[in-house]
Design a protein around this ligand. Sequence first.
Ligand SMILES: [Zn+2]
Length: 116
Amino acid sequence: MLIATDFIILRNIKANGLASHPLERRPVKVATLIDEGAFNKTGHGLLHNKTVFLEDEVHDWNWRDGQFRYYTRIATEADVVIAFAVDDVVFCTQCGAKRLKAVASCEQCAETGNGE
Ligand SMILES: [Zn+2]
């Protein structure tokens, strides 16, 4: 699953493409926050339809010249996770330890199986 490692949460953002928000850096992922408790509990997991609703660049948001615009169709006003960096992680099926998806085997038990 995707974990946001560098992010901010913009609060009470109106989903209106006419309103822009100053944002210095281009986001790599933008997601409407659905369940902040679960988002925090999963270590900032971007789980589509569980912790967040992942939004599409161009269709739901854009960023240009330091201005962010958000115009999702699923809400009129929402808290929005703006991620500048994400890790793709998996959990060991043997011991449950978390590791980067790119790492082939578990550091804890050397098992190669993984779950999302
Ligand atoms: Zn393991």
